[in-house]
Write a protein that binds this ligand. Structure first.
Ligand code: HEC
Ligand code: HEC
Length: 295
């Protein structure tokens, strides 16, 4: 059996007594008192070190001897951030696009900075999501008018398309077969019927047979025999359902009657070489192009 500890000692009193009630002498524990005093000492130090007392000093408050301020902290953080990106910026400057694409950290940085440049320079035409517009290439799909390899994308961005302020611009015109009276209305309808055979596997008939002959004589030079297109001439493929302008009968008739010549600004004078590198990496990341060919 455990014996209960008996404490018969009478507690010490302070010597006061009132109506039979005595005041015991029970001081607060030492650890409590020490912590309390330490806090006071700490707060005095804090007030001297950091900005604290309002309405004192030339700034409208006492600024503290440490010279600390939120603005200064922010400035320092920005400076550290700049230091870090400076390193990556230098690498982008030094390395080729192929090399940038093979370094995952650098590639990610190029994509992020390329994206912001895209928003500023390219989204007016291509859309913020790069999904294009009527007559403006969609950059998310795997269909390329001028080619998806590094050199071709770089060339397109640098020199633009049909921007004749630049002698090196990409050119290649789709003539206005109707307006220029190269084909009459009936011939245009026939060739459209044949384009529908190429694109949608529409059934062949007398009209598409006539259209095939017209196509071979007029169109195959640029769009190729089976409508595969030609990236050197910027002639889009006609044997799939990805359209720059539209694949319905009305739009096809309009395209062939009036011709088409979409224009893209040449960025040679507007962007730096490094900006263009970032943009190439960004654009290529949009459609998950795997190979890093250089042709
Ligand atoms: C003034 C409008 C305009 C601006 C600005 C513009 N583009 Fe274009 N871009 C076009 C058009 C139109 C085409 C399609 C050209 C064609 O039909 O041959 C195109 C085509 C392209 C292509 C080729 C697509 C393919 O299928 O081969 C790339 C790559 C491209 N643009 C990237 C950019 C980038 C990057 C920027 C910003 C630096 C940009 N564009 C700014 C209008 C624009
Ligand atoms: C000299 C080369 C050339 C010839 C010949 C040519 N085209 Fe084109 N065609 C182009 C180019 C370049 C474009 C793209 C224009 C643009 O990007 O704005 C184009 C665009 C088109 C388009 C629009 C495709 C889309 O995605 O919306 C159609 C349809 C088309 N051509 C049909 C024809 C037909 C049919 C003929 C023959 C009657 C023909 N083309 C002859 C160069 C040519």
């Amino acid at each position: 059996m455990v014996k209960k500890k008996q404490d018969n000692k009478q507690p010490e009193t302070m010597g006061h007594e009132w109506d039979g009630i005595k005041e015991y002498n029970n001081p607060i524990p030492l650890w409590w008192k020490t912590t309390f005093i330490a806090c006071i000492v700490y707060s005095v130090g804090y007030m001297i070190y950091y900005p604290s007392i309002p309405f004192a000093g030339k700034d409208g408050f006492f600024a503290g001897i440490a010279g600390w301020s939120q603005f200064k902290e922010l400035k320092d953080e920005i400076a550290t951030g700049k230091e870090q990106t400076k390193n990556l910026d230098e690498k982008i400057s030094k390395l080729t696009i192929e090399q940038i694409e093979t370094d995952p950290e650098l590639k990610e940085y190029a994509i992020a900075t390329g994206k912001s440049r895209f928003a500023v320079n390219c989204s007016q035409c291509h859309g913020l999501g790069a999904n294009g517009n009527k007559g403006v290439a969609n950059l998310l799909d795997d269909e390329w008018i001028w080619g998806s390899d590094i050199q071709n994308i770089k060339y397109t961005i640098t020199n633009g398309v049909r921007d004749y302020t630049n002698d090196d611009t990409r050119s290649g015109e789709m003539a206005a077969y109707g307006l220029d009276e190269i084909l009459d209305k009936k011939e245009i309808k026939d060739v459209v019927r044949y384009v529908q055979v190429l694109a949608y596997n529409a059934s062949e008939n007398a009209s598409s047979d006539r259209g095939k002959v017209i196509y071979e004589e007029n169109c195959a030079v640029c769009h190729a025999d089976a409508g595969e297109g030609n990236q050197e001439l910027g002639a889009p493929a006609l044997n799939n359902q990805v359209w720059l302008y539209g694949g319905d009968r009305k739009t096809l008739i309009e395209t062939i009657t009036e011709g088409r010549s979409a224009k893209m600004t040449s960025f040679k004078e507007l962007l730096t070489e490094d900006d263009i590198k970032r943009l190439v990496v960004y654009v290529r990341s949009l459609s998950d192009i795997e190979e890093t060919s250089t042709n």
